[in-house]
Write a protein that binds this ligand. Sequence first.
Ligand code: VTB
Ligand code: MG
Ligand code: MG
Length: 329
Amino acid sequence: MTRAPDETGTLDRILTLEIARVTERAAVAAAHLRGRGDEKAADQAAVDAMRSELNTLAIEGVIVIGEGERDEAPMLFIGEQVGTGEGPAVDVALDPLEGRTVCAKNLPNSLAVIAMTGRGSLLNAPDVYMEKIAVGPGYPEGVVDLAQPPEVNLQALARAKGVAVSEITACILDRPRHAPLIEAVREAGAAIRLIGDGDIAGVIHTTDPEQTGIDIYMGIGGAPEGVLAAAALRCTGGQIQGRLQLNTNDKRARAEKMGISDPYRIYSTHEMASGDVIFAATGVTDGNLLDGVRFYNDRIVTHTLLMRSRSRTVREMRAYHHDKSKFHL
Ligand code: VTB
Ligand code: MG
Ligand code: MG
């Protein structure tokens, strides 16, 4: 039987905790293959594990943000139905292994990630690039603006934080396409943390600068990762803006099919993830916010962030899995 989330758009509270199993299982599968230099194998293991766990959940889920459009992705593709079909009708955004190259190298901050909302509450973004800017909670709405140049945003953020621009750190993906951005940020006087992969973690890191040392995330990464990061910020507070990089006719056509008519539109946090949002991320490799999976002879230990936007509850869950066989490793 299908149930809509209730009239206030509130998801079943129990799901907030249930989704931990989904990211735990994907994280354990990926971690079992981390540091092997084989990003494909780790990713595939995470996808398979996440899919089988997701299909045990009592939801009538549709994947809105997944591993790509159907013809590119055999599993967890956009439009795929997941769950038992008994339960609330939800939209699902997921990335079973976010930061697969850092996982393959066993470098920090690869994650297994999922978010859910009521039907129709997530931006249906094609699997293209998205330009993003994000800051954590505590700043006035619109303190940074994707339409402004980097130096203007860094100055505005520094002013709002009450520090000099030289005391701001920006997180940016280490990519040749970011050479002009990197130059502009350095010219403005801010510090940069260059990351190899994993911009969902990069965005979430802005929500806790004391722990992570990161004040702002800037640059072009995946659009699916942008929507997932927006879902996370709905729970933690903070702001993200995103603009799809629809720079070919094919990409514009794909976007249009998904209901996107203005290719240059800048999306706000709420425009990417509205209503009641639940979010979970389990660490695969060690990171600034989450520890990676640990394997022992008699247990596997996972570390998960579980959050819900309606109550703004942020939980950390450390799980000791004594029945290792349940992971089918
Ligand atoms: C980012 C990063 C991801 O894709 O979104 C990135 O967070 C952007 O694409 O982990 P390129 O790698 O092509 O620059 C990932 O690296 C992979 O999903
Ligand atoms: Mg992925
Ligand atoms: Mg990814």
